[in-house]
Design a protein around this ligand. Structure first.
Ligand code: OSB
Ligand code: MG
Length: 373
């Protein structure tokens, strides 16, 4: 069944977070999210662009993704016949970067393909190895250590299987020491979002005594070689996030021994086709992966659940319950996590949840439709 898209609808929504989220690069109170709806023969597929509000995690942000999609990607995808959603990414492969914008549209095409075939998204992408997804949480930098300890307590009691805390210079060794004192047995990790340099290695080595599962992206967003040097000096495994944007980079990083774990984010690598390739490269080298998050609405969250059903997603990811982020999500039934820290993978067609159209319209701040000429 071929894919031939008649219309692409771009929509920007704004949603306040229930609690601010702070990383080493800044604090977010509200998300500005671009959603992509691709329409073919009356069937809609949905995808979420995972770019942030500022070009601080990577070079993309909400507004850049809008322009790239509207002016460069949508015109080349609309009216073009694809044998499968697996081919959609190639149509914009000549664009340098902007993988989150391109990935949002690519993910929408997979959802469309799944709905055309009346199968779940996870089946369309070749997943289904897991019927339940193991969940962890990512907890931002707080105003005080006490506030952080309280948040960790809440999430551990809620059943989450792994706690990730954000770290940054001034919020690292001392904070992790306190967390370990209070929670000696939990699976714990730190995410630096590129806040350190190789010369900071003694500080990072000082974290070895706290038995962290991993330390995520300690060095620059585009750095592989320095991560390899750092990994050689640390006992704690390094997990790569920002610097893995393709299966080729994953293969290079693994070959260089720049880390022992990879966080796969759908948007960061440009969609499902590349995410699967990253997954396969890691699997071939016995490198475990987990699914990262970008504070997604229910639509991106559902895509992450589908991705997480691929076999090498063996570590708890950052995909957690809707209510941790939103008072009300854009899907009619929010994503929920069981008391033992699992999400049940939905069986319905496409991404497996219903879009709450009325609510979505009420939080939409701009919309633009690109139609076949
Ligand atoms: O590095 O994983 C990251 C959020 C925004 C930008 C980068 C990251 C994150 C998270 C949040 O850690 C994960 C989530 O809960 O969605
Ligand atoms: Mg990260």
């Amino acid at each position: 069944m071929a894919i031939l898209i008649d219309q692409i609808k771009l929509r920007q929504i704004e949603m306040p977070l229930v609690h601010f989220f702070q990383t080493s690069f800044g604090r977010t109170y509200a998300r500005k999210i671009v959603l992509v709806e691709v329409i073919s023969g009356g069937i809609s597929g949905w995808g979420e662009v995972t770019a942030g509000e500022n070009p601080f995690y990577n070079e993309e942000w909400t507004d850049s993704s809008w322009l790239i999609l509207r002016d460069f990607v949508a015109p080349r995808v609309i009216g073009h016949e694809f044998a499968s959603a697996a081919e959609v990414g190639e149509r914009s492969a000549h664009i340098r970067g902007h993988l989150m914008a391109r990935g949002g549209l690519e993910a929408a095409c997979w959802d469309l393909e799944a709905r055309q075939k009346h199968v779940p998204l996870w089946a369309a992408i070749g997943g289904g190895a897991h019927k339940e997804i193991a969940c962890g949480v990512s907890i931002g930098i707080q105003d005080s250590v006490d506030q952080l300890l309280g948040k960790i307590d809440t999430e551990v009691r809620a059943g989450y299987r792994r706690i990730k805390i954000k770290i940054a210079p001034g919020w690292d060794v001392n904070v992790i020491r306190e967390v370990r004192k209070r929670f000696p047995g939990i699976l714990l990790m730190g995410d630096a979002n590129s806040a350190y340099r190789l010369e900071d290695w003694p500080l990072l080595a000082a974290l070895d005594e706290f038995d962290l599962m991993m330390i995520e992206q300690p060095l620059a967003h585009d750095e592989i070689i320095d991560h390899a040097e750092l990994q050689a000096r640390l006992k704690t495994p390094i997990c790569l996030d920002e610097c893995i944007r393709s299966a080729h980079q994953a293969e290079q990083a693994i070959r260089m021994q720049a880390g022992r774990i990879i966080n796969i984010k759908l948007g960061r690598v440009g969609g499902f086709a590349e995410a699967k390739k990253v997954h396969d490269v890691a699997l071939a080298h016995q490198i475990p992966v987990w699914c990262g998050g970008m504070l997604e609405s229910g639509i991106g969250r559902a895509a992450n659940i589908a991705l997480s059903t691929l076999p090498n997603f063996v570590l708890p990811g950052d995909v957690s319950a809707s209510k941790r982020y939103w008072k009300r999500d854009v899907i009619t039934e929010p994503v929920e996590v069981s008391p033992n820290g699992l999400i049940t993978v939905p069986e319905g067609p496409g991404f497996g949840f219903e879009v709450d159209h009325a609510f979505l319209d009420s939080i939409t701040v701009r919309q633009e439709t690109i139609s076949k000429p």
